[in-house]
Design a protein around this ligand. Sequence first.
Ligand code: ATP
Length: 241
Amino acid sequence: MLTLLKIDNLSKHFDGIQAIDNLSLTVNAFEIVGLIGPNGAGKTTLFQLISGFEQPDKGTILFNEKPIHHLKAPEIAQLGIARTFQTAKPFANLTVLENVMMGFLRKGQSVPQAQESALHTLEHLTLGDQSKRLADHLSLPDKKRLEIARALSINPRLLLLDEVMAGLRPLEIDNLVIVLRQLKQQLNLTIVMIEHHMRAVMAFCQRIVVLHQGAKIAEDTPSAIQQHPDVIKTYLGTAAC
Ligand code: ATP
């Protein structure tokens, strides 16, 4: 099994807060890993470090065996790691299609090529019929899908999803899980997902990593994690379903 992402002894602090504390973690190619834990556990900071928006104090991150912990976000994106942000921030005055074209244009495609690629990506996310609308006019579930389409526009191997289910209703969550599963198959993606909605995590992820105060407190299959006493105590007792 190919290890796509290998994190060793990673630490990051902010003004006296140990956001990530000596964390080690591996993600295999084509795996779907859920990252859960209470508010402030360090989940988004870990994404910030993997995607080059923050630099670690110590530790290493290897992507496809190449060290990336010293690289900045654009270089990491270029290597094939894409992420979504907790708050979707599309270019509000551009159309849905134009928003997704940006990534393909940055990858060197011509305007007609980028248009075609963007439309194809939007169709994957069942947003094809919304392509001409202004991004700002989309509903919340469609904005979430657009955020994923924008991440996919850099042709990633590793997709980091930060709470893409937040604010969605149970049926919308189930639909997005189906779409993500299809995308994973079609695009050969490896996915790490931060999610508070246990319904989505349990349905979608093959393995779950639990963070608490920047450290990993458990790592197992969804069914085993649901029974884990420390996870129930620190998190599942209060998590969304
Ligand atoms: P949530 O589930 O609420 O999104 P999280 O698990 O993603 O939480 P992080 O956002 O990674 O947690 O935050 C971990 C800790 O680091 C928190 O105490 C947070 O306040 C702090 N932190 C994160 N980013 C910064 C920053 N840029 N400056 C200062 N403190 C930060």
